[in-house]
Write a protein that binds this ligand. Sequence first.
Ligand code: ATP
Length: 930
Amino acid sequence: MATTLPRLRGSNDPPTGALPALPRPKSRKSTGGMASPIKTPGTPRSGLRTPSAASVHGAPLSPAPMGALPIPRGAGVNSAGRTLRKTVSINSFPQPPSRAGSVPPSPLSGAVTPARRARTPQLTSKNGYQSNTTPSLLNGGGEGKSLLGGAGTRHSDGLISIASPPQSRSSSAQGSCSTSATTYDDPSESNGVGLKEKRASKGLDGKGNVIVSIRVRPDAGGNNGQTEGEWMVDGRKSLVAYRGREGGDYYYVRRVMEGYHGTVFAYGMTGTGKTFSMQGTASSPGVIPLAITDIFSYIRETPTREFLLRVSYLEIYNERIHDLLSMPTANATGAGSAQEEIKLREDSKRGVYATPLKEEIVQSPTQLLRVIARGDQARRTASTQFNARSSRSHAVVQIVVESRERLPGGSGAEGKRSGIFPGGVRVSTLSLIDLAGSEKAAESKERRQEGSHINKSLLTLGTVISKLSEHKEKEGKGGDKDGKHLPYRDSKLTRLLQGALSGNSLVSILCTIQTGSAGSTASANTHATETLNTLKFASRAKNSIVSHAKRAEEALGAGGEGGARVLLERYRMEILELRQQLESQAKTNPNKAEDAEKEKDAEEELAREKEAEARHEEQILEMQLARTALKERIDHLNRLILSSKSTGVNSNGTYSALGIHNRFSQSSIRTSLTTPGGLERAVSRGSSASTIGRRSANARHSSSEETTANEDDDTIGEYGDGTASLQAQNQALQADIADKNRYIATLEKRLNQARRASSSRTSTGFSAPSKGIMVGEDHSVSALLKEKDAEIAELRARLDDKDRMLTALRSAARSRDAAEGLETLRSDTRSSLLLESVSPPPQDALPDPPVAKNKGHSPVRRRSVDEMSKMLDEMIQDRVEAGQIVRGVRGSVRVVNHRNVGSVADISQPGLELPRIDQPTGSEAQAQEA
Ligand SMILES: Nc1ncnc2c1ncn2[C@@H]1O[C@H](COP(=O)(O)OP(=O)(O)OP(=O)(O)O)[C@@H](O)[C@H]1O
C-alpha cells in the first residue's frame, strides 16, 4: 500500500517553508520533538494531513495487538524502547501538490505519485521495520495503523482493544482494520463520473468518515536517545501511524474543498499536546497550518473554479461563547465582557452556528494564519499543574469555503465530471477544534471552576458519543433515527458539534496522550488514568459516530437565508451590478459629454451668431449713416445746383435775385471734399462779378477777401460792355454746373463704392471691418460744417466792413450833393449806392467811378449816366415796391432784413446758412442817417 511519507531531514534543519508558522501560543518549553501520530487500528484512510514532525520521540509503548489501541503502561512502562526520529522538510509542506514530478511531495499529501513514493525516504526502525507511511495522526489511510508496542505486549495486556466494526473494516496490506464507518454520498460516483477522484480517494468510497488517531506526546525526559521504542510496541508489525494508504490525508481536505463539511478536534488530557498538534511549530506545523496549506494548494490546482474563504474563531469558556477575532488582543479574562453575547442557532442548511460572529475574508495562507494567530492571542490560557500554559477554553476555528464553477455556463467536461452544475455556489465548512484539557483536580478555585466547565462539556461529549453508539445499535433494531434523545444541548461544545457528531460532516478525532511521565508515581498514575480515559473515548468515538456526510447543496443566487451568506454569489452579483452601472455610466457619459459638447458648440455658435448679428447691425447702421450722409450731401449739392438755377439768372435775363445776393459776390463757398481720389474742389458762387469774370474757378477766396470797391470797379471796367459779361457769366455758370455735375458723379461713384464695400464686408462675414470710409466721411462733413461756419463768420465780418464803407460813402455823397447840385448829387449818390449796393448792377449800367466823373462830363457819358440813373431808380423803386429795400427819408436806401423777406430766403443757398444781415430797425436807420 502506498504511503505518504514526508521528506525527512536532519532534525536540525532550519525551517524554510514559505508559510509562516503559527506562533507558539504557549510558552512551554518544547521537548524538541513531537510524537508521531498514532493510528488506531482500522483508521480510515481519509483524513487531514498530519502535522509534520521535525523530530519524533516516542515513548515506548506496549505493543498492541492489531486493531487495538495501545495501552499505556503507566509509570511502569518501559521507556527504553526504540525511538523513531523523523524529520520533515519544511520546504515541502507549503508546496501545492504539484503534477510535476520534480516538485517534492507534500509531506502530508496523499496525492503522491508512485515515483514520489519511491523517492520517499524510508524510515527504518531499530527493529528493522521499515515505515514508509506518513506520520499522520489524522491519516485516513484506512489501514488502521496503530501504535504498536513491543511485540505481543498488548496482546498480553489485552486491556484495551478497539475493534472496528467488521463490516466497516477495509482490508489493508497488513491486514489491519479500518475504523471507517462513513458512507459517502458522492454524486460523481453515482453518475459514473469522477472516476479519477474515485480512484484517487478510494477508501473514501468505503464506509466511515470518523478517523480516530492517537498521538503520544514524547516524554520530556526522553530516554537517552532511545526514542524509537516508545513507538514500537510491536516492532515486527510496525503499525505505528507512519503507514497509511495513499493520499488519505490529502483527500480529506480535498473533500472539504469539494463541498463536504469537515471537523477535526483534538481530545486529551491537559498537557498532552492538543494545542501543539493543532498549531504546531515553525519546524513542525500542526493540523491547522497544514490544512490551510492544503486548502490553498487545492485552490491553485483548480483553475476552473473560483473560491472565497472566510474564517471565524471562537472559544467556549465557562460555557460562554466569545469571538476571538473581535476581542482585544490582551489576554485578560474579562476581555470578552463587553462583547455581545454570542448564541448558538440552528438552521436547516447551516446546521448549528454561532451568531453574531465576525468572519474575515482571507486571500492567502499567510493572511489566514495571521487571523488565527490573532485569535490565539485572545484565547484564555492559564498555568495548571500539568501545563504552564494550559488552554482553558475550547477553541473553534471555522474556515468556510465557497466555490463555484468559473467557466460561464459550466458546460466544461470538468463540470460534468464532477457533477458541479453551473451557477451554484458550494459552501462547506472545516472546523478545527482544540478542546480544553480535562483535568481531574485543580488547586485554584478559578481553575476548578474552569475545570468543571471543561470537564462537564467533555463529559457531555463522551456521553453523546456513547449514546451515539447506543443509537446506532437501536437504529439497527429500528430505533430512533432522529436521535433526539442525544444530549447535544447539555453543553455548548456538543451543541456546536452536533452536526458533525450526528453525521453531517467528515470527522477526525485526534486523541493525545502522554504515556511516560517523569515525576511521582501519583503523577504517573494520573497520567495512566487519563490516558486510559482518552483511549476509551477514542475507541467509543471510532465505533459510535456513523454519519452520512453529504456534499453541501449548491446555493443558487443570493436569496434566502442560506444564499444571503454566500458571499461569492453576493460579491459576484455586486460586481455584476457595479459593472452594469459602470457600463451604463460609460454609455451615458459619452452621450452626456457629446450633448454637453453640442450644447457648448451651440452656445458658442449662438454667441458667434449674436456677435455677427451685432456686427452686422452695426455695419448696417454705419452703412445707413454713410448713405444718409452721402444722400444728404447729394441733396445738399442738388440743392446747391437747384439754388443756382433757381436764381433765374439766365432764365429771365434779369438778375434781380442776384442783386439781392450781391453782397456774396465777393465770397465763394469753398467746399472742400476729400474724396478717395483726393479731389478737392472749390465751388464758387458764380453770381458775383469776380466769379463771373472767372479769374479762375480755383481762385482762392482769400484774395477775394481783399476785394475792395476799387477791385470791383476794375472788374466792372474789364467787362464793361455788359453783353460780354452776361455771356461770360453764362459760361461761368455752365462751367460751374459742369463742375457740380462732375462732383455729383464723383459722389455717386463713391456712394456705389461704399455700397459695394459694405455688401462685400457683409458677405465675407465681417471679416474685414472697414470703417475708414465712414469715419472719413464723418470727418469730412464735420470739417465742411466747420468751414462753413468759418466762412459765415467771415462774411459777416466783411458785411460789417461794407456797412461801414456804405455809411462813409453816403456821407461823402451828401457832401458832394451839397457841392454839385441835387441832380448830380443824386446821380452820384445813386452811383455810390449802386457801387455799394447789395445787388450788383448790370455791368453795362454801372456808373463810372466818382474819380472818373471828377475828370469831366462828356455828353455821352452824361447820357449814359442819366440812363443808368434812371435804370437804377427803377430798380430801386422795384425793390422798394417789392419790399426788398427801404428807402430812407433822405433818399438813402438799405436792404431789408432778409429774414423778413421771403424771396431772400428763397434764393438763399440751400444747405448754407446765409449770413445774417442785421438790418437796422427804423429808428436805427434814422439814427444812422442822422
Ligand atoms: N508531540 C509533541 N512533541 C513535542 N512537544 C510536545 C508535543 N506535544 C506537546 N508538547 C509540549 O507539551 C506541552 C503541552 O502541550 P499542549 O499545550 O499542546 O498541551 P494541551 O493538550 O494543549 O494542554 P491543555 O489542554 O492544558 O491546553 C507544550 O509545551 C508542548 O510544546
